[in-house]
Design a protein around this ligand. Structure first.
Ligand code: FES
Ligand code: FE2
Length: 394
């Protein structure tokens, strides 16, 4: 454990959905050790990542029956497949014979999952259907040797898995979110560019604890200081957040005043909604955080979905992908390119900031200061993390 100078705060009481504070009460950030202590990271694996819905891909990554891909969730290998009936199933990606990893890269189709070692074969639903020379295997109780099932759910067209068999369905825990932004998303989105959520080889790694990255995404308070481009584009005074039990939804109108920067000015001129959106969506950017680590940007011209996955105490991979909808206009496509360019600039600014925060948090003696009301969602996230780790952190 990191040296600590203050006692751990009392576990949160009351519903984790609220920030736990009235407008004039102080909101609390997490103490530094939550971001630096390996014991807390281990507790998070068990209490946060093994129990929450983890974004693994988009429906378009599993185009037809038999399509499959692998993901790592809370350190476990998971295999996600498109079933015969067009649904989704997830299993531990481990053969029931001697433990071989079944699927490595995305594979296009096939009605069965065949282990590359001795050839035990499973149906897409995980049932063991055959083993070579089965008569040589005493006690081959096929019904008991199916793949271990893992919860899978499609929400807004994105595929999530959950290792906890008792988990509340994501659509239920995020009631209200689909109504607010469902028209941006869905299985009909198509990826643009080379990035895919499930492709860790192209994922950027940032030098910060995963929660520093989520915290940073959860507030617009740093925008005026850290993101000049966003300040020119967004109506900062109109930046709002709706905090619910399992998600926070941000909204910022775009400014009418032309930016002094050429790329941004061109974007302002071209910004137009992709198919499915309305004229009212043209002048607003929205962002959602689904607890704990799914981050989705909803722009008029594209959707960007990503996740923050711990790779070490002070490192996180942030795999993600850009999406649009078939039938977008040339104008929307150009606007999207400009917007993604602006987004990379913002991303680089944030990458540097989160690294600085991580370095500062690791300095003994630091204790968190009060949060601004503009950081209410940081307080919400801290409260949920404390709630999940209740009893684990002393
Ligand atoms: S380990 Fe899979 S068939 Fe032997
Ligand atoms: Fe930022």
């Amino acid at each position: 454990m990191h040296p600590q100078t203050t006692p751990a705060p009392a576990p949160a009481t009351g519903p984790p959905g609220s920030t736990g504070a009235t407008p004039d009460e102080a909101l609390e950030a997490l103490p530094a050790r939550y971001y630096t202590d390996p014991d807390i990271a281990a507790a998070e694996t068990r209490r946060v990542f093994e129990k929450s819905w983890q974004l693994v891909c988009h429906e378009s990554d599993l185009p037809g029956p038999g399509a499959r891909l692998s993901a790592t969730v809370a350190g476990r290998e998971v295999l996600v497949v498109r079933t015969e009936d067009g649904g989704l199933a997830a299993h531990l990606n481990v053969c029931r014979h001697r433990g071989t990893r079944l699927v490595t890269a995305p594979e296009p189709s096939g009605k069965a999952i065949r282990c590359p070692y001795h050839g035990w074969t499973y149906k897409l639903d995980g049932t063991l259907v055959g083993a070579p020379e089965a008569r040589q295997i005493p006690c081959l109780d096929k019904p008991r040797l199916g793949l271990h099932r893992v919860g899978a759910e499609s929400f807004l067209g994105f595929v999530f898995v959950n290792l906890d068999p008792a988990a509340v369905p994501l659509a239920e825990s995020c009631a209200g979110l689909a109504e607010a932004i469902g028209h941006y998303a869905g299985p009909d989105l198509v990826p643009v560019g080379k990035y895919r959520i499930h492709d860790r080889s192209t994922a950027e790694e940032q030098h910060a604890n995963w929660k520093v990255i989520v915290d940073n995404y959860l507030e617009g308070y740093h925008v005026p200081v850290a993101h000049p481009a966003l300040m020119r584009l967004l109506d900062y005074q109109g930046y709002t957040v709706d905090i619910q039990e399992s998600y926070a939804l941000f909204e910022s109108p775009l400014r009418d005043k032309p930016s002094s920067n050429r790329t941004e000015r061109l974007y302002q001129r071209l910004a137009s909604p992709m198919p499915g959106l309305t004229e009212a969506d043209r002048r607003v950017w929205r962002y959602a955080v689904i607890y704990p680590n799914t981050l989705i940007d909803f722009y008029p011209d594209h959707v960007l979905a990503w996740t923050a996955l711990p790779t070490a105490q002070d490192r996180a991979a942030i795999p993600g992908a850009f999406y649009t909808r078939h039938g977008e206009s040339v104008r929307t496509r150009l606007a999207r390119r400009l917007n993604i360019h602006i987004g990379w600039v913002t991303n680089d600014e944030d990458a540097e900031l989160v690294e600085r925060v991580q370095t500062g948090l690791s300095t003994p003696g630091y204790e968190p200061g009060p949060l601004s009301r503009r950081e209410a969602a940081v307080g919400w996230f801290a409260r949920r993390i404390r709630w999940d780790l209740d009893g684990e952190v002393r």
